[in-house]
Write a protein that binds this ligand. Structure first.
Ligand code: FAD
Length: 419
């Protein structure tokens, strides 16, 4: 598989772009692998990549029921940040941030990571206090954070309604300057390219329909393309975690599934430099390189596996957008789509060895798993390779929910729809 370089770019441009090689092969599944990863989303592909790169395990297959990148990795609003307060989350997401910072070079694939900053708006003195506390905790963890007052917010994002009579007046905000966005499809394709180059088999249109057991251990999977055996099976099927884990006999995974929508407007002149998040109305918004505004808001409160959006949420999120940026009222919405969120009971992820031998679980990403993609793959690969958690995911166990060691970043309690 060719490496991308300025010379390959020029050579292909001069030959009419007819000689580009396929980015990944399309192999037939082998009867057995050392490791099978179920789910060709960002996390599954990153896991396969780091299994090969960090641990030299290349006899690996990624099984994807649809096409690579067709799930949440290609459906999100692309925000990447590490502005967490609790130590387990802060260290994990900051590791992700550091991987993002070198990812295009590492993968030899441009994931278009743009460190344009992420600003969380505050609407009251008490929220400013909370942000000061979170910013201080971040800085103590070695993560960048700046507390902005009202005037600084007005300069950072000039379109915001700063009037004192708006529904949620702006008191200030917490900015993480190193945060930003990445091109979501390119992240999936980059990890696929990196894994394939190291010999990992990426198998599309291959749905896992069941698990093969020997005694109490899982030793392979049943798929729509036949039976495939493996020493270890990792499940990374965000949005379908409870459905797939049920096939392995796990009926009580602490996860609820909800739909989250993304929105893209028609293109307009540069309006928003960084990413702005508006907690009170629940909106996060940025502007793409093409000029479209990309934004999202609340999950739908109803439990659902429907991978499509609905109009009440369009109205709800559009109202939040216009409340914050009144001049968006005349903008046309071009597209909206939905993805399924596996909402965990404390809002934090689950990356661990499963309760059954041979099974490994990567789940519970709620609606913030895109930014976790590199660290999730890094830690899940380490857990699978070593049969023990990496220090960065040691706290993200399944057992924490029955032991009372939850990692409740938002303090919302065991209410998945609130995280
Ligand atoms: C609208 C929206 C906005 C979001 N915004 C952000 C954001 O701004 N920042 C952020 O950090 N996160 C965001 N997220 C969340 C983030 O996208 C997800 O948490 C993350 O992408 C999930 O991990 P993944 O990429 O591996 O999942 P996916 O891409 O969903 O991968 C899982 C794959 O498993 C496959 N699969 C399922 N069942 C089977 C089976 N039985 N056999 C084989 N394959 C199977 C699916 O087809 C899918 O491709 C957003 C999500 C949505 C939907």
């Amino acid at each position: 598989m060719a490496r991308y370089s300025v010379f390959s770019l020029l050579g292909n441009a001069l030959s009419g772009n007819r000689k580009w090689e396929r980015v990944w092969r399309s192999p037939e599944p082998k009867p057995a692998y050392d490791v099978i990863i179920i789910g060709g989303g960002g996390h599954g592909l990153a896991t396969a990549y780091y299994l090969a790169r960090n641990h030299g395990i290349t006899n690996v297959a990624v099984l994807e029921k649809g096409w690579l990148g067709g799930g949440n990795v290609g459906r999100n609003t692309t925000i990447v940040r590490s502005n967490y307060m609790l130590p387990a989350n802060a260290h994990f997401y900051e590791h992700s941030m550091k991987l993002w910072e070198g990812l295009s070079r590492d993968l030899n694939y441009n994931v278009m990571f743009s460190q344009r900053g992420v600003l969380n708006l505050a609407h009251s003195p008490s929220q400013m206090d909370a942000y000061a506390r979170r910013g201080n905790a971040m800085r103590l963890h070695g993560i960048d954070a700046e507390l902005l007052d009202r005037d600084q917010v007005a300069r950072y994002a000039p379109g915001i309604d700063m009037s004192p009579t708006t529904r949620f007046p702006i008191a200030g905000g917490l900015l993480q300057p190193r945060a930003g966005t990445a091109r979501h499809d390119a992240v999936a394709w980059g990890f696929a390219y990196g894994a394939d180059r190291q010999g990992v088999d990426l198998i599309e249109n291959c749905e896992v329909t069941g698990f093969i057991r020997e005694g109490s251990a899982i030793v392979g999977v049943e798929t729509t393309r036949g039976t495939i055996r493996a020493g270890k099976v990792g499940v990374a099927v965000a949005g379908n975690s409870s459905v797939v884990l049920q096939k392995a006999g796990l009926n009580n995974i602490p996860i609820e599934s909800h739909v989250l929508q993304a929105f893209v407007s028609e293109a307009l002149k540069p309006l928003i430099d960084g990413v702005v998040t508006f907690g009170a109305g629940h909106l996060y918004i940025s502007q793409s390189d093409k000029g479209s505004l990309v934004f999202g808001g609340d999950i739908d409160g109803y439990n659902s596996y429907a991978q499509r959006g609905n109009l009440p949420i369009v109205k709800h999120v559009a109202a939040a957008a216009v409340t914050l940026f009144p001049n968006l009222a005349r903008l046309r919405l071009l597209r909206s789509w939905g993805g399924i969120m596996d909402m965990s009971m404390d809002g934090s992820p689950i990356i661990c060895k499963g309760p059954v031998d041979g099974l490994y679980i990567n789940a519970g990403w709620c609606y913030g798993g895109f930014k976790a993609t590199p660290a999730s793959g890094w830690c899940f690969a380490s857990t699978i390779a070593n049969d023990a958690p990496h220090e960065l995911n040691a706290a993200f166990t399944l057992e924490r929910f029955c032991q009372g060691r939850v990692i409740d970043e938002r303090g919302a309690g065991p209410r998945p729809e609130l995280h």
